[in-house]
Design a protein around this ligand. Structure first.
Ligand code: UDP
Ligand code: MG
Length: 313
């Protein structure tokens, strides 16, 4: 098997059939074997039913990994890689925002350039609102400043890579997964190619702003301990400011006889210090929480059902 297309699907009942047709169209006469590994990430609509229908039709080799509940796209990617048998593995969304034709180019690139192990696509033009774009840009600035790994701005999970890269990714059994960071962490020679994301064929995006924000926090906490150091700096800065203020107050009292202003200052200081302490505890809590979750060693996903063309052959 030359190529495995790993496709996370969450409530994609209308997309999966169109996706398969697009793949068959794109890889027609490509001259090598390919398979599609659909991962049903606990969809609440008829995605699984549609996938099983495609499986029965066997228009092309299909595997289905169906989760017991929604575990998230990152877990779906992990499960898909576990079940992929291709020499090359490609991560692609089910909604056809990322065209399968580009995967064909990626495969060609890997074939022709032995020095590359990963071909990753980044969005050259984003059809998103200004605010979301601003937040995404700020996120890349922050994480690239704080962390040792460097992320390519706008690079997505839309990638094709060699099996050795997938093996390394799967060795990292972290519970809070952030693929872009994991790819940067494992290294390997990566070739970035531009692409323009198309409109979704149907359905709506599964990423709310809250989900994106949590994902961004996962990325920063997972790849940097700088926020912990920030709380140390914040503490040191507050201590110095307090010392300075103490000296000012004593001098005022001793040399000018000014009464120490009371109520308002005290309240503001108490609130400011309380807030700073809460922020620091929150930051520490993020790390402790993750360590706690990882220490439980729970699986990254639970597959309720696995169907493979290999078993029906
Ligand atoms: N997805 C998933 N689990 C989730 C959310 C999304 O498997 O909890 C899948 C989704 O079905 C799609 C891909 O991840 O194939 C990308 O999601 P989406 O298109 O909603 O994200 P966007 O393209 O808007 O960033
Ligand atoms: Mg999409």
């Amino acid at each position: 098997m030359k190529l495995s297309l790993v496709v996370p699907c969450y409530n994609e009942e209308e997309s999966v059939g169109l996706f398969q047709d697009a793949v068959i169209g794109a890889f027609d006469n490509c001259g090598y074997d390919y398979e599609i590994v659909f991962v049903n990430d606990g969809s609440k609509d008829n995605t699984l039913f549609r996938l099983k229908k495609l499986f029965k039709e066997q228009k092309c080799p299909i595997k289905i990994v169906s989760f017991s509940r929604n575990f998230g796209k990152e877990s779906a990617i992990y499960a898909g890689m576990k079940h992929a048998s291709g020499e090359y593995i490609s991560l692609i969304d089910a909604d056809l925002q990322q065209r399968p034709e580009i995967v064909r180019d990626m495969v060609k690139m890997l074939d022709e350039h032995q020095e590359y192990d990963v071909v990753a696509a980044y969005q050259d033009r984003r059809n998103e609102g200004k605010i979301l774009r601003f937040f995404k840009k700020s996120f890349y600035n922050i994480i690239n400043r704080l962390s040792n790994v460097k992320l390519q701005p706008d690079a997505s999970d839309f990638r094709t890579f060699r099996r050795c890269v997938a093996d390394n990714l799967m060795d990292m059994a972290e519970y809070h997964r952030f693929s872009k960071g994991l790819f940067a962490w494992v290294g390997y020679e990566t070739c970035f190619i531009p692409y323009t994301a198309c409109e979704r064929v149907c359905g709506t995006t599964k990423w709310s702003f809250r989900k994106l924000l949590n994902y961004a926090i996962d990325g920063i906490i997972g790849f940097s301990t700088a926020p912990l150091r920030l709380s140390t700096y914040l503490g040191a800065f507050t201590a110095l400011a307090a010392l300075f203020y103490l000296i000012v107050v004593i001098c005022q009292k001793l040399f000018s006889g000014i009464d120490i202003p009371g109520y308002a200052t005290a309240i503001v200081l108490i609130l400011a210090l309380g807030a700073m302490q809460l922020i620091c505890i929150g930051i520490i809590g993020e790390y402790v929480g993750r360590a706690f979750e990882q220490s439980k060693n729970r699986p990254i996903y639970i597959a309720k059902e696995v169907l493979s063309y290999e078993e029906t052959e």
